[in-house]
Design a protein around this ligand. Structure first.
Ligand code: FAD
Length: 305
């Protein structure tokens, strides 16, 4: 049943008509629990509060399924605006983005032009930019773009997903670029030809790549809400004498606040991923797919006047 619901929400997350329709409305279906607002000004207020409580942030302008050059340029403009707001309001925040919203599916020239503009703004204001990882189909292209841009911009990071069979090789391949890597389990529905279908294998691979990346000396952001993985990282820290400035934990806005607080109290660097924007629909559906129990929150949202 849980698997059925998972697939159902992942199917809904890819629906272009619903994505477009949702943009016209404010946050619905319980999305306010996972999304900090539809514009950067409301997100900035939340980020300020989060910073004041001791957490660092990465802010994400939600955007998927960009159809034309103009929309991709507008998405890039919004990212630059977010960087300017981070600088003006002295927020302790990075910026996360998806290459599809910068025009990845339209043309290489377009996505590179947009990324150069954003990274120049990031460089000027000392804001790190992280490229989220999307589905397998776009993984190779994303990593090639990352490698190309990383040669010019120090302030750039990306994400690797533990569920992909290729992940350990990718860590080796990226290592010479001195990468800032966020390691995650992976949020998309992938074929067993390219990704582990069983959670147990994903979890084991996740532990292996965390160790691999840290021991290679690369800064590692462990982005998970899984207590067993977090316990593993703490053990590794003790066992290998890993310095606290070599890694950090990351969690999503609105998820496992108790765990976020506990890690902060123990003195770990804790970064909260704060999404905002009109394009909240696909993001919200993926969060529901991760934990169909969250549907209860959706139902409350639907019935709330
Ligand atoms: P799971 O095994 O899925 O969950 C462990 C426990 O966490 C669950 O039992 C539950 O208690 C809790 N939990 C997990 N999800 C939820 C939820 N939605 N609501 C409530 N409780 C929950 N994926 C990508 O593919 N590309 C990315 O670029 C990417 N960036 C990310 C950035 C951050 C900061 C984080 C935290 C995740 C990101 N993800 C990304 C998503 C990631 O791949 C997983 O889908 C997601 O983190 C759920 O897996 P988990 O590691 O928390 O472990």
């Amino acid at each position: 049943m849980e698997q059925l619901l998972r697939n159902f929400f992942l199917f809904l997350s890819k629906n272009k008509t619903l994505t477009k329709l949702a943009k016209k409305y404010g946050l619905r279906f319980g999305a306010a629990r996972f999304v900090a607002g539809t514009d950067i000004d409301s997100a900035a207020k939340k980020i300020k509060e989060i910073n004041e409580n001791g957490y660092v942030v990465t802010v994400d302008h939600l955007g998927e399924f960009v159809d034309n050059e103009q929309e991709a340029r507008e998405s890039a403009d919004e990212c630059i605006h977010a960087i300017n707001v981070i600088a003006e309001q002295k927020l302790d925040s990075q910026l996360s983005l998806k290459l599809t919203s910068m025009g990845l599916d339209i043309s290489h020239e377009l996505v590179m032009e947009n990324m150069h503009r954003i990274l120049e703004a990031g460089k000027k204001h000392n804001v790190t930019v992280t490229i989220d990882m999307e589905d397998f189909e776009r993984c190779e292209k994303t990593l090639n773009i990352f490698k190309e841009l990383k040669q010019k911009y120090e302030n750039l990071g990306t994400v690797l997903q533990a569920y992909l069979y290729r992940v350990e090789e990718d860590i080796e391949r990226l290592s010479p670029y001195n990468p800032y890597l966020r390691l995650v389990k992976g949020a998309y529905k992938e074929s067993p030809e390219v990704a582990y279908p069983n959670k147990k294998d994903v979890d084991e691979t996740y532990k292996r790549i965390i160790k691999q990346n840290i021991l290679l000396g690369n800064y590692t952001a462990v982005a998970t809400h899984d207590e067993a993985i977090i316990a593993y990282v703490k053990e590794l820290e003790k066992e290998q004498g890993i310095a606290r400035d070599q890694f950090e934990f990351q969690m999503l806005y609105g998820i496992r606040l108790d765990l976020q607080k506990a890690l902060l109290k123990e003195g770990y660097k804790m970064r909260v991923y704060v999404p905002y924007g009109k394009d909240w629909y696909g993001y919200n559906m993926r969060r529901l797919a991760e934990r169909p129990a969250n549907v209860l929150f959706v139902l409350k949202g639907v019935f709330k006047k």
